[in-house]
Design a protein around this ligand. Structure first.
Ligand code: 5RP
Length: 232
């Protein structure tokens, strides 16, 4: 890693910490909160330790976040035990000017969408690099049933996208749900609502990483000038 790259990473980490802390303002005392996944959310969970006594519990979107919450003594509830959440706090790989997002860089997109669907409000926490004009620059994660991976790859090719199977340690990555992830490059997603609806109904797609129907209501964007609050 060059010195310049190291500095960029440090600056980005500082912004993640900043927005992770800022998200505490959206935690409603006495309520169960929805918690996402990723390095930005890890900053939020770490900050949440300070409010431990006020947080009744959390519904988590991944085994990794569950472990981190439990290590802080925050009870983690099954999503089936909860009928509504006041707020869901999660990061994003990309967010546009309407609050539409690409998510799933951490392979947790399916559970993230499920927990987000329980929440009255989606608060996205992100550093400024995640703000884009059009979704699709970040390879789009799609969780798939393994036997459908090749036909889904062909369908993306017909849309001009190149899908590759995500690997970990040389083998296909297996999600918390026992499925696989395709990462799709080369897309320009100009109509996220229509795109999400279309891809979701392809046989074998578990979840597409476009969060348009489940968009952000608020984004706390970490910038060099501080936290910018964007509402959609
Ligand atoms: C995990 C996600 C994350 O929210 C997204 O990948 C952003 O992660 P990070 O905060 O590490 O940049 O969708 O599936």
């Amino acid at each position: 890693m060059t010195e310049a790259t190291k500095n960029d990473t440090t600056a980005q980490d500082a912004l993640k910490t900043l927005v992770g802390r800022a998200a505490l303002d959206y935690v409603v005392p006495g309520e169960i909160i929805g918690v996402g996944t990723g390095s930005t959310v890890n900053c939020f969970i770490d900050a949440l330790g300070a409010l431990r006594g006020q947080v009744v519990g959390a519904v988590s979107s991944s085994l990794a976040s569950t472990a981190r919450l439990q290590a802080l003594g925050i009870p983690v509830l099954d999503a089936n035990a909860v009928s509504r959440l006041a707020v869901y706090i999660d990061g994003a790989d990309e967010i546009d000017g309407r609050g539409y997002m690409v998510k799933g860089g951490g392979a947790a997109l399916t559970r993230e969408k499920i927990v987000a669907a329980l929440a009255d409000r989606f608060v996205c926490i992100a550093d400024a690099s995640k703000r884009v004009a059009v979704l699709g620059g970040f390879p789009l994660p799609v969780e798939v049933i393994p036997m459908a991976a090749t036909q889904i790859t062909r369908r993306f090719a017909a849309l001009g996208g190149v899908a590759t199977l995500r690997l970990r340690d040389g083998a296909p990555l297996v999600t918390d749900n026992g499925q696989q992830i395709l990462d799709v490059r080369g897309l320009s997603i100009t109509d996220p609502l229509a795109f999400e609806s279309e891809v979701n109904q392809w046989p074998g797609v578990v979840t597409v990483g476009v969060f348009a129907h489940q968009k952000a209501d608020v984004c706390l964007l970490g910038t060099a000038q501080g936290v910018r609050t964007l509402t959609f």
